[in-house]
Ligand binder design. Structure first.
Ligand SMILES: [Zn+2]
Length: 399
């Protein structure tokens, strides 16, 4: 610590998501870490001669964390969007080659370099809004080779940009056409072997799945989670988005990091999540884009003390969203989160949802991942639409 370069932020309005600091605050950054945080008036004398950066009253928050994205994928689904607006049915879109099948086809035929090139502008949009950490899932390959390729691209993002990437293996995302009606065979012949291969290559930080009538049942997901457990990998789940399938209860039983979407979760689910410490990841972009009408049970989550995160769910089919600021606004307008809850949802609770303990808050010893905003209060971050007040982003101590 002594040798690390020291810099001191002063004149900050601090939203630490940890111990509150009233009045002008200061943050001492030593190398990649936060060495001290508190009221500027109490800044230890040792740091008096260190280089200072005056925040001039700006709001300083932990850098944002997008804890649920499908950032790496081939192609887009703008034509499908158009067809739906023209009144086409789900079947008509599927017959025209639309739906997830089209993203799977576009992803399977794209090279690693092509997938990387397509993902980078989406990543850049997130970084421009103060994001320091992004979760990226596989799940559009649905064959061994492409699932691994997606995860390799996710890892490469970290080498291309100053960002931390956390990967999720999502082989249990959908049943590919060649396995139609044979979900269990798909799991045994493709999904689980792909998980083993990806894990052996060091590509998997967690295991995810889609528990839904149109995807995998809770029993099928339990098989995937058992395999994850054998490999020592944490789990998470897309659960109760379109109907109640028991995915949230399964997630809680397995000690999952998070249950995501959770629109149809019940009071009992909330109780089980709270007991298991499973974070509810709210994805208002998907709710908005596919015009869902059932909002997640936020009051039950609050009542039982379930931590709530907010993420973009950036994906080509149901949430082509690459703005966490807009996701915060939607979480407030559509799900009635308070701006403080929305901020916690993209910082401290998003870190929790990824099992990360060294980021997402401004506290001594944590990574110096910070965002400096041209606003004075967290409410200003959540209430504007389509406006980016980021002044500066600090990633592991570096601007
Ligand atoms: Zn998703």
């Amino acid at each position: 610590m002594q040798d690390a370069a020291i810099q001191v932020l002063v004149g900050a309005r601090l939203a630490t998501l940890a111990d509150p600091v009233d009045g002008p605050g200061a943050v001492v950054i030593a190398g990649e870490r936060i060495a001290w945080v508190g009221p500027q008036a109490a800044l230890p004398a040792d740091y008096a001669s260190a280089p200072r950066r005056d925040c001039e009253g700006r709001l300083v928050t932990p850098a944002f964390i997008d804890c649920h994205t499908h950032l790496v994928h081939g192609g887009h689904r703008a034509r499908e969007f158009e067809m739906r607006l023209e009144g086409a049915s789900y079947e008509e879109i599927a017959r025209a080659g639309g739906g997830i099948v089209s993203t799977v086809a576009a992803t399977r035929t794209a090279s690693e370099d092509a997938l990387l090139a397509q993902a980078l502008p989406r990543l850049d949009a997130l970084l421009a809004e103060g994001v320091s950490c992004v979760e990226v899932k596989s799940g559009y390959g649905l064959d061994v080779e492409t699932e691994l390729r997606m995860l390799r691209v996710a890892r490469r993002l970290e080498r291309e940009r100053p960002v931390r990437v956390v990967t999720s293996f999502l082989g249990a995302h959908a049943i590919p056409a060649e396995y139609a009606g044979r979900a269990d065979a798909y799991l045994d012949e493709i999904c689980l072997p792909a998980l083993h291969a990806a894990h052996a290559e060091g590509l998997v930080d967690a295991v995810d799945g889609f528990c839904e009538g149109i995807a995998f049942s809770a029993d099928q997901m339990a098989r995937v989670f058992a395999e994850a457990k054998r490999l020592g990998l944490p789990v998470k789940l897309h659960a109760e988005q379109l109907s109640h399938q028991g995915g949230t209860a399964l997630a809680a039983r397995c000690g999952a990091l998070s249950a995501d979407h959770v629109e149809y979760a019940t009071e009992d689910d909330a109780r089980a999540m709270a007991a298991a410490g499973t974070v509810a990841v709210l994805l208002p972009g998907a709710y908005y884009f596919i015009r869902e009408t059932q909002a997640p049970p936020v009051a039950a989550f609050r009542a039982h003390g379930v931590k709530m995160a907010v993420a973009t769910d950036a994906n080509p089919g149901s949430s082509p969203l690459t703005s966490l600021l807009l996701a915060m606004n939607m979480a407030c307008t559509l799900f009635r989160l308070t701006p403080e809850e929305a901020l916690a949802g993209v910082t401290a609770n998003a870190a929790r949802a990824l099992g990360l303990e060294d980021t997402g808050r401004i506290a001594r010893g944590l990574r110096a991942d910070l965002a400096i905003w041209d606003v004075e209060t967290p409410a200003e971050l959540a209430y504007r639409i389509g406006f980016n007040p980021l002044h500066a982003r600090i990633f592991a101590g570096r601007s």
